[in-house]
Design a protein around this ligand. Structure first.
Ligand code: NAD
Ligand code: IPM
Ligand code: MN
Length: 369
């Protein structure tokens, strides 16, 4: 039995706590089966932290996150907090965690489970067997660039500014993650920017190419403009293996990739820092979806993106490939058995609640273990 690992649970708002509850049940199952025991602590983030402490992330919670072996994050945000000043919005809590923990590499795999082929809005032959990995830069670009703000002009109008900025090391470290992943996958990287109109795009393309030529000649590298990439993702997504791109393009392209898999409720992610001298890297695992205010509190949300994010935690933070595979197979089997939350429901399948999807996963785990 492996030694205890410290996990911080940050369920957040809306459907965040609902989907994370199902992960908690799987962790209890692993504990009962003596597969692994985790030390779980829980904190508030986003709107939940605002309501309790007046800020979207407290220093104490940030410190806990820094000390954990891994963080599991639900989702933040909602209409209740939409009109707060910019720096107090729930989303700032998540952005601060990413920045302060230096989680620069966001891995967003889009994988099509066979039973869900009919749940996508795209034709089966376009998506069957799809397995792509989007590597999104997560601590730079227009999300954090200065200056930013809104100023009043003398003529009574206003001017809003955001700054897109990247440096060589920021580009190289995330490109390095993409190349390393490609070497373990199908050996192809598509680097995505808009070098035709943006200076950061020119730099991005140049630096990725240089790193490739120096250290990763065995990887097949190509470059693509971001607008074309959005189109290619729906035209012929199987042309891609690993996509590496900046913070904003990665945000957009991963939501787009989600629909290839059937639903945003299926897409997990891992946000990773650089390994330290002992090989340990800070990490936060989060479903790609948000707090889904339209279905929150109704026991309707799909918990699989969160559960698959936990599987990524087992794989990337704890090197527990077998256990990660177990969770992924339980998801596959549950879907094969025909249970569906409403976001992935098709004719001939049973529409179930979040809780019943969790029950089904536990039953499948019992069968597999
Ligand atoms: P969203 O991802 O919350 O929802 C988009 C649509 O997808 C909604 O119709 C929702 O019902 C559906 N959906 C999302 N996850 C689902 C799931 N697990 N199961 C079933 N259906 C699901 O995006 P939004 O509506 O644009 O944003 C809502 C709030 O969430 C905003 O405040 C936004 O800032 C925030 N947000 C947070 C995160 C995060 O915390 N990581 C990510 C995206 C958006
Ligand atoms: C995501 C979300 C976040 C982002 C928001 C909530 C800050 O959309 O993780 O995809 O834009 O990065
Ligand atoms: Mn997003």
């Amino acid at each position: 039995m492996a030694a205890n690992k410290k996990i911080l649970f940050l369920p957040g708002d809306g459907i965040g706590p609902e989907v994370m509850r199902q992960v908690g049940r799987v962790i209890d199952w692993m504990d009962r089966r003596r597969i692994v025991t985790f030390d779980i602590s829980e904190g508030l983030v986003g709107g939940a932290a605002l309501d309790a402490h007046g800020v979207p992330l407290t220093e104490d919670t940030l410190a806990l996150a820094q000390q954990s072996d891994a963080v599991l994050f639900g989702a933040v945000g909602g209409p209740k907090w939409d009109n707060l000043p910019f720096n107090l919005k729930p989303e700032r809590g998540l952005l601060r965690l990413r920045k302060e923990m230096e989680l620069f590499a966001n891995l967003r795999p889009a994988l099509v489970f066979d039973p869900l082929i009919g749940a996508s809005t795209l034709r089966p032959e376009v998506i069957q067997g799809l397995d792509i990995m989007i590597v999104r830069e997560l601590t730079g670009g227009v999300y954090f660039g200065e200056p930013r703000g809104i100023e009043n002009l003398p003529d009574g109008t206003r001017r809003g500014v955001d700054t897109q900025v990247y440096t060589t090391p920021e580009i190289r470290r995330v490109a390095g993650v993409a190349f390393e992943l490609a070497l373990k996958r199908h050996g192809r990287v598509t680097s995505v920017e808009k070098a035709n109109v943006m200076m950061t795009g020119v730099l991005w393309r140049d630096e990725v190419q240089k790193l490739h030529d120096a250290d990763y000649k065995d990887v097949a590298l190509s470059h693509m403009y971001a607008d074309n990439c959005a189109m290619q993702l729906v035209r012929n997504p199987k042309q891609f293996d690993v996509i590496v791109t900046d913070n904003l393009f990665g945000d957009l392209l991963s939501d787009c990739a989600a629909m290839l898999t059937g639903s945003l409720g299926m897409l997990p992610s891992a946000s990773l820092g650089a390994p330290d001298s002992s090989g340990r890297r800070k990490a936060l695992y989060e479903p790609v979806h948000g707090s889904a205010p339209d279905i929150a509190g109704k026991d309707m949300a799909n918990p699989l993106a969160c559960l698959l994010s936990f599987a990524m935690m087992l794989r990337y933070s704890f090197d527990m490939k077998e256990e990660a595979g177990l969770v992924e197979r339980a998801v596959q089997e549950a879907l094969k058995g025909g249970v569906r939350t409403s976001d992935i429901q098709q004719a001939g399948t049973a529409r179930v609640s979040t809780t019943v999807m969790g029950d089904t996963i536990l039953r499948e785990l019992d069968k597999l273990a």
